[in-house]
Design a protein around this ligand. Structure first.
Ligand code: TRH
Length: 361
């Protein structure tokens, strides 16, 4: 396969909703470019969403080079074909989240004998480890491989920049600085009412537009503010300013784990509570580092936030009190998890190793 830095990767992304599709595709593009110094071409159908994460992007211009990545608007077949004529042919093609490639791209893959990967949603479930990098023969006669990121050695790992280093959280002083970037849910009102009645002062910054700032709460106890949306490059530093993080989705959830801070995960909700198995598979891994009393308090609240149970007011209050009274231990557990993640190879490293192996075959 020759030098990987002479190669070209095409990454395709369709934005379904929110920021996660664009967020993961952009982070993947940046990491491959940084680690391989190869040509990365990102085709994305929604420049407005990518622009929120990447303010340098001009939403009106259909083709531009930013941070050494060639970004193209993925449009109708004819326009996309024309813009792809201006970039080198691919050695690797990554379709993110089964975004289904146009037939002419499949033909290009076939002609170029390009390696073809589907980049899957992140899950800690065992089946994903089993499926990681399995091939599936497609109608164009080419194998498509399924890349499953994950949290164990056996999985595809997590995207992580080479220069990212683990930081230790500071001891909390004064109000508990809390960041919430989550989905709308009936739990929030109950949680804010509960927190307002605990002997803990909180300064809560609300990001995104899905959670209303409660009007009825005593602002001396819980001080609410809107958090500005920052670029993806600044997002890690933003998270580091807080003591407690309540985050959603996929990429924000991973970045939160790198901070080593106490957190809750508001998982992307699916029909028939299908997300609960995914939620539990993740926390089962992290709870290995939690002392038993914290484990039980955290898991009850996490289940309530994600719609698996409804707690009584008393139970909710008691569980929060256990977490707050043992905040150092909670921090410590998350730091151990952070260290575990940093000991592993990143998804970008693992992907590059695999690409090299494929070349050797
Ligand atoms: O926005 P999300 O909820 O996105 C997704 C999508 O809904 C997707 O369809 C779903 O499958 C997935 O969740 C699980 O959450 P996520 O994945 O965390 O993406 C948010 C991105 O926005 C992430 O890259 C971080 C970035 N971000 C910033 O750069 N600055 C900010 O200020 C904020 C709040 C987020």
């Amino acid at each position: 396969m020759g030098d990987l830095n002479q190669k070209t990767v095409w990454i395709f992304c369709r934005v379904i909703d929110n920021f996660g599709d664009a967020g993961v595709a952009w982070r993947l593009a940046k990491n491959l470019q940084a680690d391989l110094s190869c040509q990365v071409v990102l085709l994305i159908d929604n420049f407005t969403t990518l622009n929120r994460l990447l303010p340098e992007l001009n939403p009106q211009q259909k083709q531009q080079n930013i941070q050494e990545i060639n970004i193209l608007q993925w449009e109708d077949e004819q326009t996309t074909k024309a813009s792809l004529n201006n970039v080198p042919q691919p050695n690797f093609v990554i379709e993110t989240f089964a975004c289904e490639l146009p037939d002419f791209v499949k033909e290009i893959i076939f002609q170029n004998k390009a390696l073809w990967l589907n980049w899957e949603y992140l899950t800690a479930e065992d089946w994903a480890e089993e499926m990681h990098l399995l091939p599936s023969l497609q109608a164009n006669g080419v194998n498509k491989y399924f890349y499953f990121m994950g949290f164990s050695e056996k999985s595809g790992g997590l995207l992580r920049e080479k220069n990212l280093l683990p930081k230790s959280p500071k001891k909390v002083s004064g109000s508990l600085k809390t960041y919430i970037f989550a989905y709308s849910s009936t739990s929030w009102k109950k949680w804010f009412d509960c927190l307002a009645n605990l002997p803990v002062n909180m300064h809560i910054d609300l990001a995104g537009n899905q959670i209303e700032q409660p009007k009825h709460i005593n602002q001396n106890k819980l001080l609410f503010q809107k958090a500005d949306f920052v670029s993806q490059n600044q997002f890690d530093n933003l998270l580091l300013q807080y003591d407690l993080l309540l985050v959603r989705g996929e990429d924000s959830f991973v970045r939160t784990q790198y901070t080593g801070k106490p957190f809750f995960w508001h998982i992307y909700p699916q029909e028939n509570l299908a997300h609960i198995a995914k939620l539990h598979a993740f926390w089962d891994k992290v709870y290995a580092y939690f002392p038993p009393e914290l484990l039980s308090a955290h898991s009850r609240l996490s289940d309530e936030l994600n719609g698996a149970v409804v707690l009584t007011d008393e139970e909710r209050k008691n569980n929060f009190m256990i977490l707050f009274e043992n905040f150092d231990k909670w921090q410590n557990a998350q730091q151990q998890w952070q260290a575990y993640l940093f000991r592993q190879k990143s998804a970008n490293e693992k992907l590059i190793e695999w690409l090299k192996e494929q070349g050797a075959k």
